[in-house]
Design a binder for this molecule. Structure first.
Ligand SMILES: [Zn+2]
Length: 363
């Protein structure tokens, strides 16, 4: 089976990807709802469970010890590599960085990368071989290797080579070119060019295996309004670290309170704002890893934010509104689904017994 992960695919892009559109029209396809948050999505894909089981929402979680951390990307990732922890990342460039720690250090195909069994663990248990090409890591079953170029052409070349050499039962490949829409927007010529490249890559790969699944981890939409939430929080005159800790992303703000007064004051502010809403953890099956989450309205972007990102297009808004797509070759029909249902579907196609999970197979 070839499992193609196209990062940041907006459903409207199908108008510009001739091959993929036809593939979607003639095979099982539909809109795909993903989980709330950022680092929650791939764990839900790979475990077939909602975030309240695997407990991931974002890469950065509160560090109750508030330890000082290196901001050097090079040093941090070298240290990870030396421990064979291959989930590489960019440290936050913020004075508040010490209040946070990463919630993930192992790459998805590594043993025990999540607290719950994932697809790669299940494949191994069932004596199936796998290859994962997910920049900057290649895994041939559990054996890792680094690679450095992450453009479509390089990834396609590596995929064809490894399919031919290793003949794995399952190949996972991640194309990340469409992420440029953050910088250039979803209607730019830069993006159009990338869409053509991706479409051609999918076409080439689809000729190599009858079992083919294509999915994206989220859509991408234009930023319509910037909102300075930081200024509003600052005006409360609460002390970061003493009264509360918050992680201000570009579409989501998470809060941890140190006192009842701080909680009341922040809740009062957030309830009065029209630019977003406090979400219900249960509604999105989220673990209670923080006290409160404030979500920006669709199209609204919190700026400034902890990433210092100023983007033209973004994802991470309400996943019940901002949906992406999936296609499964050799099955028929139109069906909208949730990302937790992909794992049981993959296991059914590979004729592997399903563990007890939240997701239900599409077969
Ligand atoms: Zn993504």
């Amino acid at each position: 089976m070839i499992f193609i992960f196209i990062d940041a695919f907006k459903p409207e892009y199908l108008e510009k990807t001739v091959f993929l559109r036809e593939l979607a029209e003639n095979n099982l396809s539909g809109s795909l709802e993903v989980t709330f948050g950022f680092t929650s999505i791939i764990p839900s894909l790979l475990t077939g469970c909602y975030p309240d089981t695997h407990r991931k929402i974002d890469l950065f979680d509160i560090d109750n010890e508030a330890k000082k951390k290196s901001k050097s990307k090079y040093l941090v990732n070298l240290k990870l590599l030396m421990k064979n922890n291959r989930f590489f990342f960019t440290p936050l460039n913020s004075n508040y960085y010490k209040y946070f720690k990463i919630s993930q250090d192992k790459a998805w195909p590594q043993k025990n990368s999540l607290s719950v069994k994932n697809l790669f663990d299940i494949l191994e248990e069932n004596n199936k071989t796998f290859v994962s090409i997910d920049w900057p890591n290649i895994f041939v079953s559990r054996k890792p290797k680094l690679f450095f170029k992450n453009d479509c052409k390089t990834i396609l070349g590596l995929t064809k080579k490894l399919l031919n050499e290793k003949k794995p039962d399952f190949l996972f490949v991640h194309f990340m070119d469409l992420e440029i829409a953050h910088k250039h927007g979803t209607l730019s010529n830069e993006l159009k060019e990338k869409l053509t490249e991706i479409d051609n890559a999918v076409k080439e790969l689809s000729n190599l295996d009858n079992d083919l699944i294509i999915f994206s981890d989220h859509s991408m939409d234009e930023v319509r309004e910037k909102f300075n939430l930081l200024e509003k929080i600052d005006a409360l005159n609460l002390k970061f670290g003493k009264d509360f800790v918050y992680f201000l992303g570009s579409t989501i703000a998470r809060f941890w309170f140190k006192s009842e007064e701080a909680k009341k004051s922040v809740e009062g502010l957030l309830r009065s704002l029209e630019e977003g809403r406090i979400i219900n953890f249960k509604e999105y099956n989220l673990p209670k890893t923080c006290d409160l989450i404030f979500l920006a309205n669709f199209g609204t972007f919190f700026y400034p934010n902890l990433f210092n990102s100023d983007y033209k297009a973004m994802h991470g808004w309400d996943p019940k509104i901002q949906k992406t797509i999936y296609v499964i070759k050799n099955l028929k029909g139109k069906k909208d689904t949730h990302i937790i249902n992909l794992l049981p579907t993959i296991l059914d196609i590979l004729k592997i017994k399903k563990p007890k999970i939240d997701g239900k197979s599409l077969l």
